[in-house]
Design a protein around this ligand. Structure first.
Ligand code: ZN
Length: 292
C-alpha cells in the first residue's frame, strides 16, 4: 500500500502563489510552506487514501509504528516541505540538539535544500564573514547584518546542507524542497525591518548568538547522513524497488505515473511502508528520502 499525504499549508508574510501554480495545491496566494511529510505537533500531514484515510501522519506514527519498521524514536524524526519565497525570508539560525532540548524542549534543526525553481539571478544566503560573535552583534545593532552574509547564486537542481548553527536565508524568487529534523524552532536575527500585520516580527538575537557558528564561511559539502538520506531520481518505464527498513518518503518533482498501481503526479507526497516491494511505471522525477 502506497500512502498519499495531504500537506498542511502555512501562509507567510513572504509567501506567494507558486505552490498553487506549480503543484495545483488548494492553498492561498500567500502560501509560504507546504508541510507534506510532517508529524510535527504544529502541523501534521493527513493520509488521503486507503485503510488509514483521514489519520494524521502523527497518529499513524504513534499507533501503527510497524509501518515505519518500529522506528525507535518517540517523535517522527524528519519534516519534508516545499517553500515558496516570494520575498526574502528572515536571516535566521536554528539550534543544535542539545541547546534545543534544554531551551525549547525540541529537536535541533539541521536542514537540507533542493532548489526546485528560481527566478532569474536568484541568490541564497549561507554562512558569514564575521570573525567573532561581537562582530555579528555590532552588525545587528548598527543594521548592516546583510553585508556580513555570504551570498551564492543558485539554479534549479542545486543542493545545500544547512547545519544547526549556520546563519542562512532563502531569498526572493526561490521554490525549494527542504528535508529537516522535525523541529519548528527558528531564531531570527534580521527581518529587513518589515511589518507583518502592522508590527515587526519578533527577533531572537541573544539565543541566535548563543548557537551561531563562528567562523562559518565555507559551504557544507557533505550531507548530514547521520540524520537522513535523500536523492533525486528519475523513473522511466517499469522499475522494481524495495522500501527502506523504516519506509521510503517521496515527493514527485516532475511528471506522472503509478507507484504500486497508485496514480502519482507532480506535487504528490508519499509514504511507502517499511520493506514493501513496489513497482514504478511512467516517466517522472522524484525526491526519495529514508530516515535513520
Ligand atoms: Zn531555516
Amino acid at each position: 500500500m502506497v500512502i498519499k499525504l495531504q500537506p498542511i499549508f502555512f501562509d507567510k508574510v513572504w509567501g506567494g502563489h507558486k505552490l498553487k501554480k506549480m503543484y495545483h495545491y488548494d492553498c492561498s496566494d500567500h502560501c509560504g510552506e507546504a508541510w507534506g511529510i510532517s508529524a510535527h505537533e504544529h502541523g501534521s500531514s493527513v493520509v488521503m487514501n486507503g485503510l488509514y484515510k483521514g489519520l494524521t501522519l502523527r497518529e499513524l506514527y504513534a499507533n501503527h509504528r510497524e509501518l515505519f519498521g518500529n522506528h525507535p524514536s518517540d517523535e517522527f524524526p524528519v519534516l519534508i516541505k516545499v517553500i515558496d519565497a516570494n520575498d526574502d525570508l528572515s536571516i535566521q539560525v536554528h539550534p543544535h540538539d542539545l541547546y534545543a532540548k534544554i531551551h525549547e524542549q525540541s529537536l535541533g534543526k539541521t536542514e537540507c535544500w533542493i532548489i526546485l525553481d528560481t527566478d532569474e539571478n536568484t541568490e541564497i544566503v549561507i554562512g558569514h564573514k564575521a570573525e567573532d560573535k561581537e562582530e555579528i552583534r555590532q552588525a545587528i545593532d548598527l543594521n548592516y547584518l546583510e553585508l556580513l552574509m555570504n551570498r551564492f547564486p543558485i539554479q534549479k537542481g542545486d543542493q545545500f546542507n544547512i547545519y544547526a548553527g549556520t546563519i542562512h536565508a532563502i531569498c526572493k524568487g526561490t521554490v525549494l524542497l527542504e528535508i529537516q529534523q522535525s523541529s519548528d524552532v527558528t531564531y531570527r536575527l534580521y527581518d529587513y525591518n518589515r511589518l507583518d500585520n502592522g508590527k515587526p516580527r519578533e527577533l531572537h538575537v541573544e539565543k541566535a548568538l548563543d548557537v551561531i557558528k563562528v567562523p562559518d564561511s565555507e559551504l557544507a559539502k557533505d550531507k548530514p547522513t547521520s540524520l537522513f538520506d535523500y536523492h533525486i531520481k528519475e523513473n522511466h518505464n517499469n522499475t522494481e524497488h524495495a522500501a527502506d527498513v523504516y519506509g521510503d518518503f517521496l515527493f514527485i518533482t516532475e511528471g506522472n505515473g503509478t507507484i504500486k498501481d497508485t496514480p502519482v503526479t507532480k506535487g504528490d507526497f508519499l509514504f511507502i511502508p517499511a520493506n514493501l516491494h513496489y513497482e514504478m511505471q511512467g516517466t517522472f522525477e522524484y525526491f526519495i528520502a529514508s530516515i535513520k
